[in-house]
Design a protein around this ligand. Structure first.
Ligand SMILES: *Cc1c(COP(=O)(O)O)cnc(C)c1O
Length: 390
Protein backbone atom coordinates (compact mmCIF):
# COMPACT_ATOMS: atom_id res chain seq x y z
CA UNK A 1 0.00 0.00 0.00
CA UNK A 2 1.40 3.38 -1.00
CA UNK A 3 2.09 5.47 2.09
CA UNK A 4 1.43 9.19 2.46
CA UNK A 5 4.61 11.32 2.21
CA UNK A 6 4.07 12.46 5.82
CA UNK A 7 4.14 8.83 6.95
CA UNK A 8 7.22 8.23 4.83
CA UNK A 9 8.97 11.24 6.43
CA UNK A 10 8.60 9.31 9.69
CA UNK A 11 9.00 5.73 8.51
CA UNK A 12 11.77 5.83 5.88
CA UNK A 13 14.74 4.40 7.72
CA UNK A 14 18.22 3.09 7.02
CA UNK A 15 18.28 -0.72 7.21
CA UNK A 16 18.59 -1.93 10.79
CA UNK A 17 22.06 -3.18 11.76
CA UNK A 18 22.64 -6.43 13.69
CA UNK A 19 22.29 -4.41 16.92
CA UNK A 20 18.52 -4.12 16.23
CA UNK A 21 18.43 -0.41 17.11
CA UNK A 22 15.14 1.50 16.92
CA UNK A 23 16.45 4.94 15.94
CA UNK A 24 18.90 5.23 13.02
CA UNK A 25 22.51 5.22 14.25
CA UNK A 26 24.98 7.88 13.25
CA UNK A 27 27.28 6.67 10.47
CA UNK A 28 30.30 8.86 11.22
CA UNK A 29 32.61 7.29 8.69
CA UNK A 30 34.44 8.92 5.81
CA UNK A 31 34.67 5.73 3.76
CA UNK A 32 33.14 2.26 3.44
CA UNK A 33 34.76 -1.18 3.22
CA UNK A 34 34.57 -3.96 0.63
CA UNK A 35 34.90 -7.71 1.13
CA UNK A 36 36.89 -8.20 -2.04
CA UNK A 37 38.39 -6.60 -5.13
CA UNK A 38 35.43 -7.51 -7.34
CA UNK A 39 32.87 -5.74 -5.09
CA UNK A 40 35.08 -2.69 -4.94
CA UNK A 41 35.48 -2.66 -8.72
CA UNK A 42 31.71 -2.96 -9.22
CA UNK A 43 31.01 -0.05 -6.83
CA UNK A 44 33.45 2.22 -8.65
CA UNK A 45 31.96 1.16 -12.00
CA UNK A 46 28.48 2.23 -10.76
CA UNK A 47 27.32 -1.38 -11.13
CA UNK A 48 26.19 -1.46 -7.49
CA UNK A 49 24.72 1.07 -5.07
CA UNK A 50 27.34 0.35 -2.41
CA UNK A 51 28.64 3.37 -0.49
CA UNK A 52 32.23 4.26 -1.35
CA UNK A 53 33.10 7.54 0.32
CA UNK A 54 30.99 10.06 2.29
CA UNK A 55 31.68 12.85 -0.19
CA UNK A 56 29.60 10.74 -2.64
CA UNK A 57 27.05 9.10 -0.36
CA UNK A 58 26.39 8.15 3.25
CA UNK A 59 23.46 6.27 4.85
CA UNK A 60 22.39 9.19 7.10
CA UNK A 61 22.51 11.59 4.16
CA UNK A 62 20.57 9.13 1.97
CA UNK A 63 17.86 8.74 4.62
CA UNK A 64 17.32 12.51 4.80
CA UNK A 65 17.36 12.78 0.98
CA UNK A 66 14.86 9.93 0.53
CA UNK A 67 12.44 11.63 2.94
CA UNK A 68 12.72 14.94 1.05
CA UNK A 69 12.21 13.17 -2.30
CA UNK A 70 9.02 11.67 -0.93
CA UNK A 71 7.74 14.91 0.66
CA UNK A 72 8.28 16.90 -2.56
CA UNK A 73 6.94 14.18 -4.87
CA UNK A 74 10.27 14.07 -6.73
CA UNK A 75 12.10 11.30 -8.61
CA UNK A 76 15.51 11.77 -6.98
CA UNK A 77 17.56 14.12 -4.81
CA UNK A 78 20.99 15.12 -3.55
CA UNK A 79 21.76 16.74 -0.19
CA UNK A 80 24.35 19.42 0.34
CA UNK A 81 26.18 21.23 3.14
CA UNK A 82 23.96 24.33 3.00
CA UNK A 83 21.10 25.85 1.06
CA UNK A 84 23.56 27.93 -0.93
CA UNK A 85 25.57 24.90 -2.06
CA UNK A 86 22.28 23.34 -3.24
CA UNK A 87 21.49 26.50 -5.24
CA UNK A 88 25.04 26.83 -6.58
CA UNK A 89 25.28 23.11 -7.42
CA UNK A 90 22.00 23.26 -9.35
CA UNK A 91 23.37 26.20 -11.39
CA UNK A 92 26.87 24.89 -12.03
CA UNK A 93 25.87 21.36 -12.95
CA UNK A 94 23.27 22.45 -15.50
CA UNK A 95 24.39 25.82 -16.91
CA UNK A 96 27.40 26.37 -19.11
CA UNK A 97 29.11 29.24 -20.92
CA UNK A 98 26.63 31.00 -23.20
CA UNK A 99 23.54 29.91 -21.28
CA UNK A 100 21.02 32.39 -19.90
CA UNK A 101 19.30 32.24 -16.51
CA UNK A 102 15.95 33.95 -16.05
CA UNK A 103 15.10 34.87 -12.48
CA UNK A 104 13.17 37.26 -10.30
CA UNK A 105 14.85 40.12 -8.43
CA UNK A 106 13.12 39.10 -5.17
CA UNK A 107 15.44 36.26 -4.22
CA UNK A 108 17.60 35.39 -1.22
CA UNK A 109 20.57 37.79 -0.81
CA UNK A 110 23.36 35.24 -1.33
CA UNK A 111 21.58 33.75 -4.37
CA UNK A 112 21.49 37.27 -5.78
CA UNK A 113 25.27 37.52 -5.22
CA UNK A 114 25.89 34.19 -6.99
CA UNK A 115 23.81 35.23 -10.01
CA UNK A 116 25.05 38.82 -10.27
CA UNK A 117 28.68 38.53 -9.22
CA UNK A 118 29.84 34.99 -10.01
CA UNK A 119 27.77 33.45 -12.85
CA UNK A 120 28.85 36.13 -15.39
CA UNK A 121 32.49 35.11 -14.70
CA UNK A 122 31.59 31.64 -16.04
CA UNK A 123 29.96 33.19 -19.12
CA UNK A 124 26.42 32.65 -17.79
CA UNK A 125 24.16 35.62 -18.45
CA UNK A 126 20.98 36.49 -16.52
CA UNK A 127 17.85 38.63 -16.61
CA UNK A 128 15.66 39.58 -13.67
CA UNK A 129 11.96 40.29 -13.83
CA UNK A 130 10.07 41.76 -10.90
CA UNK A 131 7.93 39.71 -8.51
CA UNK A 132 4.85 41.49 -9.85
CA UNK A 133 5.61 40.62 -13.50
CA UNK A 134 2.76 38.90 -15.34
CA UNK A 135 3.32 35.75 -17.39
CA UNK A 136 3.67 37.75 -20.65
CA UNK A 137 6.55 39.72 -19.09
CA UNK A 138 8.22 36.48 -18.00
CA UNK A 139 7.84 35.04 -21.50
CA UNK A 140 9.18 38.23 -23.11
CA UNK A 141 12.36 37.92 -21.02
CA UNK A 142 13.13 34.43 -22.39
CA UNK A 143 16.02 34.38 -24.89
CA UNK A 144 17.03 31.55 -27.27
CA UNK A 145 19.74 30.65 -24.72
CA UNK A 146 17.50 30.57 -21.64
CA UNK A 147 18.23 27.25 -20.01
CA UNK A 148 16.72 27.74 -16.55
CA UNK A 149 14.06 29.76 -14.76
CA UNK A 150 14.89 30.20 -11.07
CA UNK A 151 12.51 31.63 -8.50
CA UNK A 152 11.34 31.70 -4.90
CA UNK A 153 7.75 31.82 -3.75
CA UNK A 154 6.84 33.19 -1.26
CA UNK A 155 9.75 35.58 -1.67
CA UNK A 156 12.10 36.58 1.13
CA UNK A 157 11.45 38.96 2.87
CA UNK A 158 8.52 40.58 1.01
CA UNK A 159 6.27 37.46 0.82
CA UNK A 160 5.30 38.05 -2.82
CA UNK A 161 3.64 35.01 -4.38
CA UNK A 162 4.59 33.89 -7.90
CA UNK A 163 2.14 31.83 -9.95
CA UNK A 164 3.70 28.34 -10.08
CA UNK A 165 1.06 26.90 -12.41
CA UNK A 166 1.54 29.63 -15.04
CA UNK A 167 5.34 29.51 -14.75
CA UNK A 168 5.35 25.71 -14.86
CA UNK A 169 3.33 25.75 -18.07
CA UNK A 170 5.59 28.42 -19.59
CA UNK A 171 8.75 26.48 -18.72
CA UNK A 172 7.28 23.31 -20.18
CA UNK A 173 6.16 25.04 -23.39
CA UNK A 174 9.58 26.64 -23.93
CA UNK A 175 11.52 23.52 -22.75
CA UNK A 176 13.29 25.40 -19.97
CA UNK A 177 14.26 23.92 -16.58
CA UNK A 178 12.11 25.38 -13.79
CA UNK A 179 14.06 25.50 -10.52
CA UNK A 180 12.15 26.63 -7.40
CA UNK A 181 13.53 27.54 -3.96
CA UNK A 182 10.80 26.14 -1.69
CA UNK A 183 12.45 27.19 1.58
CA UNK A 184 9.67 29.46 2.84
CA UNK A 185 6.69 27.18 2.22
CA UNK A 186 8.37 23.80 2.91
CA UNK A 187 7.02 20.66 1.15
CA UNK A 188 4.15 20.34 3.64
CA UNK A 189 2.91 23.79 2.55
CA UNK A 190 3.61 23.73 -1.19
CA UNK A 191 4.87 21.19 -3.74
CA UNK A 192 6.27 23.02 -6.79
CA UNK A 193 6.78 19.75 -8.72
CA UNK A 194 2.99 19.27 -8.77
CA UNK A 195 2.84 22.55 -10.76
CA UNK A 196 5.56 21.62 -13.26
CA UNK A 197 8.83 22.47 -11.51
CA UNK A 198 11.76 20.29 -12.63
CA UNK A 199 13.88 21.00 -9.57
CA UNK A 200 13.23 22.16 -6.02
CA UNK A 201 16.03 23.50 -3.81
CA UNK A 202 15.94 23.97 -0.05
CA UNK A 203 17.89 25.50 2.73
CA UNK A 204 17.45 22.71 5.29
CA UNK A 205 18.91 25.15 7.82
CA UNK A 206 15.53 26.88 8.14
CA UNK A 207 12.16 25.18 8.73
CA UNK A 208 13.38 21.68 7.83
CA UNK A 209 15.69 21.63 10.84
CA UNK A 210 13.32 24.01 12.54
CA UNK A 211 15.33 24.28 15.72
CA UNK A 212 18.23 26.52 14.74
CA UNK A 213 20.89 23.82 15.03
CA UNK A 214 22.53 22.65 11.78
CA UNK A 215 23.25 23.87 8.25
CA UNK A 216 22.11 21.81 5.29
CA UNK A 217 20.60 21.91 1.83
CA UNK A 218 18.96 19.62 -0.68
CA UNK A 219 17.98 19.56 -4.37
CA UNK A 220 15.22 17.21 -5.52
CA UNK A 221 13.51 16.74 -8.85
CA UNK A 222 13.92 15.06 -12.22
CA UNK A 223 16.21 12.03 -12.13
CA UNK A 224 18.37 13.04 -15.12
CA UNK A 225 18.99 16.54 -13.76
CA UNK A 226 19.70 15.27 -10.23
CA UNK A 227 22.23 12.82 -11.66
CA UNK A 228 24.14 15.73 -13.24
CA UNK A 229 24.00 17.65 -9.94
CA UNK A 230 25.22 14.56 -8.07
CA UNK A 231 28.18 14.17 -10.46
CA UNK A 232 29.09 17.85 -10.04
CA UNK A 233 28.81 17.78 -6.24
CA UNK A 234 30.54 14.43 -5.82
CA UNK A 235 33.59 15.90 -7.57
CA UNK A 236 33.51 19.39 -6.08
CA UNK A 237 32.67 18.43 -2.48
CA UNK A 238 29.71 20.38 -0.99
CA UNK A 239 28.38 17.20 0.65
CA UNK A 240 26.14 17.17 3.71
CA UNK A 241 27.81 15.96 6.91
CA UNK A 242 26.38 12.67 8.27
CA UNK A 243 25.84 14.29 11.66
CA UNK A 244 23.80 17.15 10.18
CA UNK A 245 21.86 14.67 8.04
CA UNK A 246 21.06 12.59 11.12
CA UNK A 247 19.71 15.69 12.89
CA UNK A 248 17.75 16.79 9.81
CA UNK A 249 16.23 13.36 9.21
CA UNK A 250 14.88 13.36 12.77
CA UNK A 251 13.57 16.90 12.22
CA UNK A 252 11.51 15.79 9.22
CA UNK A 253 9.56 13.41 11.45
CA UNK A 254 7.94 16.46 13.08
CA UNK A 255 7.91 18.83 10.08
CA UNK A 256 4.18 18.56 9.40
CA UNK A 257 3.06 19.09 13.01
CA UNK A 258 5.56 21.90 13.51
CA UNK A 259 4.52 23.75 10.36
CA UNK A 260 0.86 23.40 11.23
CA UNK A 261 1.46 25.27 14.52
CA UNK A 262 3.86 27.82 12.97
CA UNK A 263 1.21 28.65 10.35
CA UNK A 264 -1.62 28.78 12.88
CA UNK A 265 0.35 31.17 15.12
CA UNK A 266 1.40 33.27 12.10
CA UNK A 267 -2.15 33.69 10.79
CA UNK A 268 -3.50 34.61 14.26
CA UNK A 269 -0.75 37.20 14.72
CA UNK A 270 -1.16 38.64 11.21
CA UNK A 271 -4.92 39.02 11.78
CA UNK A 272 -4.35 40.79 15.12
CA UNK A 273 -1.78 43.17 13.62
CA UNK A 274 -3.93 44.19 10.63
CA UNK A 275 -5.21 47.71 11.11
CA UNK A 276 -2.74 48.61 13.91
CA UNK A 277 -2.36 52.43 13.84
CA UNK A 278 1.47 52.30 13.68
CA UNK A 279 1.48 49.94 10.67
CA UNK A 280 0.88 50.81 7.04
CA UNK A 281 0.86 47.18 5.87
CA UNK A 282 0.66 43.63 7.23
CA UNK A 283 1.45 40.78 4.89
CA UNK A 284 0.86 37.04 5.17
CA UNK A 285 0.04 34.74 2.21
CA UNK A 286 -3.26 33.56 3.72
CA UNK A 287 -4.56 37.03 4.68
CA UNK A 288 -7.43 38.02 2.37
CA UNK A 289 -5.72 41.41 1.95
CA UNK A 290 -2.59 39.84 0.39
CA UNK A 291 -2.36 41.07 -3.24
CA UNK A 292 -1.86 37.48 -4.49
CA UNK A 293 -4.17 35.79 -1.99
CA UNK A 294 -5.99 33.86 -4.75
CA UNK A 295 -2.75 32.42 -6.14
CA UNK A 296 -1.53 31.59 -2.64
CA UNK A 297 -4.75 29.65 -1.93
CA UNK A 298 -4.39 27.76 -5.21
CA UNK A 299 -0.80 26.61 -4.77
CA UNK A 300 -0.21 26.52 -1.01
CA UNK A 301 -1.88 24.33 1.58
CA UNK A 302 -0.48 26.48 4.39
CA UNK A 303 0.61 30.12 4.57
CA UNK A 304 3.89 29.26 6.33
CA UNK A 305 5.48 30.84 9.37
CA UNK A 306 6.64 34.27 8.17
CA UNK A 307 4.70 37.49 8.74
CA UNK A 308 5.84 40.93 7.51
CA UNK A 309 4.69 44.39 8.41
CA UNK A 310 5.62 47.94 7.60
CA UNK A 311 6.14 50.60 10.30
CA UNK A 312 4.76 53.94 9.15
CA UNK A 313 7.66 55.80 10.77
CA UNK A 314 10.37 54.01 8.73
CA UNK A 315 14.01 53.14 9.41
CA UNK A 316 14.51 54.52 12.95
CA UNK A 317 11.19 53.06 14.08
CA UNK A 318 12.39 49.69 12.74
CA UNK A 319 15.54 49.85 14.84
CA UNK A 320 13.55 51.02 17.89
CA UNK A 321 11.10 48.16 17.43
CA UNK A 322 13.92 45.58 17.54
CA UNK A 323 15.41 47.23 20.66
CA UNK A 324 12.04 47.23 22.44
CA UNK A 325 11.42 43.49 22.00
CA UNK A 326 11.71 41.50 25.22
CA UNK A 327 11.20 37.91 24.07
CA UNK A 328 11.64 37.70 20.29
CA UNK A 329 15.23 36.95 19.27
CA UNK A 330 17.35 39.17 17.05
CA UNK A 331 19.26 36.73 14.86
CA UNK A 332 20.01 36.10 11.19
CA UNK A 333 18.18 32.77 11.04
CA UNK A 334 14.52 32.02 10.40
CA UNK A 335 12.35 28.95 10.80
CA UNK A 336 13.04 28.21 14.46
CA UNK A 337 10.87 27.10 17.41
CA UNK A 338 11.74 30.54 18.83
CA UNK A 339 10.18 33.61 17.25
CA UNK A 340 12.68 35.88 15.50
CA UNK A 341 12.40 39.50 14.39
CA UNK A 342 14.51 41.14 11.70
CA UNK A 343 14.74 44.53 10.04
CA UNK A 344 16.08 43.93 6.51
CA UNK A 345 16.78 47.60 5.65
CA UNK A 346 19.35 47.98 8.45
CA UNK A 347 20.79 44.44 8.33
CA UNK A 348 20.52 41.80 5.55
CA UNK A 349 19.78 44.34 2.80
CA UNK A 350 21.71 47.35 4.20
CA UNK A 351 24.32 47.11 1.41
CA UNK A 352 21.73 47.75 -1.30
CA UNK A 353 20.97 51.30 -2.39
CA UNK A 354 17.60 52.79 -1.44
CA UNK A 355 16.48 52.34 -5.09
CA UNK A 356 17.61 48.69 -5.17
CA UNK A 357 15.72 48.02 -1.94
CA UNK A 358 12.65 49.73 -3.36
CA UNK A 359 12.79 47.49 -6.44
CA UNK A 360 12.47 44.39 -4.28
CA UNK A 361 9.88 45.95 -1.94
CA UNK A 362 12.19 46.33 1.04
CA UNK A 363 10.88 49.54 2.53
CA UNK A 364 12.69 51.32 5.42
CA UNK A 365 10.18 50.22 8.07
CA UNK A 366 9.74 46.60 6.94
CA UNK A 367 9.90 44.07 9.79
CA UNK A 368 10.00 40.31 9.22
CA UNK A 369 8.78 37.98 11.96
CA UNK A 370 9.62 34.30 11.84
CA UNK A 371 6.80 33.05 14.01
CA UNK A 372 7.90 30.37 16.45
CA UNK A 373 6.13 27.71 18.48
CA UNK A 374 5.73 29.73 21.69
CA UNK A 375 2.11 30.35 22.73
CA UNK A 376 0.80 32.87 20.20
CA UNK A 377 -0.46 35.23 22.91
CA UNK A 378 3.09 35.66 24.23
CA UNK A 379 4.49 36.34 20.74
CA UNK A 380 1.71 38.83 20.04
CA UNK A 381 2.10 40.54 23.45
CA UNK A 382 5.81 41.11 22.82
CA UNK A 383 5.17 42.57 19.35
CA UNK A 384 2.37 44.80 20.68
CA UNK A 385 4.40 46.21 23.58
CA UNK A 386 7.36 46.89 21.24
CA UNK A 387 5.03 48.68 18.80
CA UNK A 388 3.92 50.95 21.65
CA UNK A 389 7.55 52.01 22.19
CA UNK A 390 8.61 52.77 18.61
C1 LIG B 1 18.62 30.82 4.02
C2 LIG B 1 18.12 30.73 2.64
C3 LIG B 1 18.93 30.20 1.61
C4 LIG B 1 20.37 29.77 1.85
O1 LIG B 1 20.46 28.71 2.73
P1 LIG B 1 21.73 28.43 3.68
O2 LIG B 1 21.39 27.14 4.34
O3 LIG B 1 21.83 29.60 4.61
O4 LIG B 1 22.93 28.34 2.79
C5 LIG B 1 18.39 30.11 0.35
N1 LIG B 1 17.14 30.53 0.08
C6 LIG B 1 16.32 31.05 1.04
C7 LIG B 1 14.96 31.49 0.68
C8 LIG B 1 16.79 31.17 2.35
O5 LIG B 1 16.00 31.70 3.29
Amino acid sequence: MAQHPITKAIRIQTDRTNEMENSTPLFLTSSFCFDNAEEMRAAFADESNDNIYSRFSNPNVQEFTDKMVSLEGAEAGFSTSSGMSAVFGSFMALLKKGDHLLSCNSIFGSTHTVIKKYLPGFGIDYTYVSASANIEEWEAAITPNTKMIYLETPTNPGLDILDLDALGKLARKRKIILNVDNCFATPVGQRPIDFGADLVVHSATKWLDGQGRVMGGVVVGRKDLIHDIYLFCRSTGPSLSPFNAWVLSKSLETLDVRMERHAKNALLIARQLEGHPKLSMVRYPFLESHPQFEIAKRQMTSGGGIVCFELKEGLEAGRNFLDALQMLTLTANLGDTRSIASHPASTTHAKLTVEERQMVNITPGLIRISVGLEHYEDILADIMQALEKC
